[in-house]
Design a protein around this ligand. Structure first.
Ligand code: SF4
Length: 259
């Protein structure tokens, strides 16, 4: 079984094709996965591997470990483009997410004031005012929207909550109109006998309507990069991503980055 990628709270720096030289902050356990989705393409594996036994890192530990790493990087003359919340699950599930964001912004200002702070979120917790406010304090809030069709979201992202639906999500995403970045994973394949393809004209037109409604400052399209727990998934070629991006920008006027 494919398992978690990150075995520490602070990881990297790594070179991210989307973000540059990135130091990662993993607010999930170092030996397990905690997420409100269970995406077929999750590089950290399926939720069925369990949450491990280490527990969530405490706010104090995240701050201490991050400061130690930033101080060492500065002493070594290492450059840094971005501190990125990602890791083995959904960072906004941490009960002290908002406080940890504030600690991180303070440490960034102290050690690498030119670096950005980014949060990769699956958008399931933006029904909470404290999470929304914290996401608005970071430089890049990168919010997942893989499809604007409920059946595709259920098939690909597999939300834990049966009540999760696209209409509700789009209403909540409007909080980030003009400030948020919507990230969409494009992929094909099959799962349990059902075909997956969110690049069809029907899917792309539904996404265009959704992007129009939310009006983010930017859209990121990407496809598979590493091994996925569902083995039948197929990467969408770069040229196709670029053609879809051009169609979206033409229809919405919103800039689209392809990674
Ligand atoms: S939302 Fe992110 S961490 Fe959660 S299952 Fe999907 S890809 Fe993995």
């Amino acid at each position: 079984m494919q398992r978690i990628l990150f075995h520490s709270t602070i990881f990297g720096p790594i070179h991210s094709r989307r973000l540059g030289t990135s130091l990662g902050v993993n607010l999930s356990p170092a030996d397990g996965k905690v997420c409100s989705f269970d995406c077929l393409y999750c590089e950290a594996g399926f939720n069925s591997q369990g949450a491990g036994s280490a527990g969530l890192p405490s706010r104090a530990d995240v701050s201490r470990l991050l400061e130690e790493k930033l101080a060492a990087m500065r002493a070594d003359g290492v450059s840094l483009d971005v501190i990125t919340f990602s890791g083995n699950g959904e960072p906004t599930l941490h009960p002290h997410f908002a406080d940890i964001v504030d600690d991180t912004l303070r440490l960034r200002d102290c050690y690498f004031p030119m670096a950005k702070v980014s949060v990769l979120t699956n958008s399931t917790r933006i029904d909470r005012p404290d999470v929304v406010a914290a996401l608005k304090r970071v430089d890049n809030n990168i919010l997942k929207l893989d499809s604007a069709i409920d059946a595709t979201v259920s098939l690909v992202d597999r939300p834990n909550a049966a009540s999760f639906n696209v209409a509700g999500l789009l209403e909540r995403l409007k909080e980030f109109s003009g400030t948020g970045i919507i990230q969409t994973m494009m992929l094909r394949g099959e799962w349990e006998g059902r075909c997956i393809d969110n690049t069809t004209p029907l899917e792309v037109e539904a996404l265009i309507e959704a992007y129009r409604a939310v009006s983010p400052k930017e859209i990121m399209l990407y496809s598979l990069d590493r091994a996925t727990p569902a083995k039948s998934l197929v990467k969408v070629p770069q040229e196709e991503l670029e053609a879809i991006a051009a169609r979206i920008t033409e229809a919405t006027g919103i800039p689209v980055k392809v990674n």
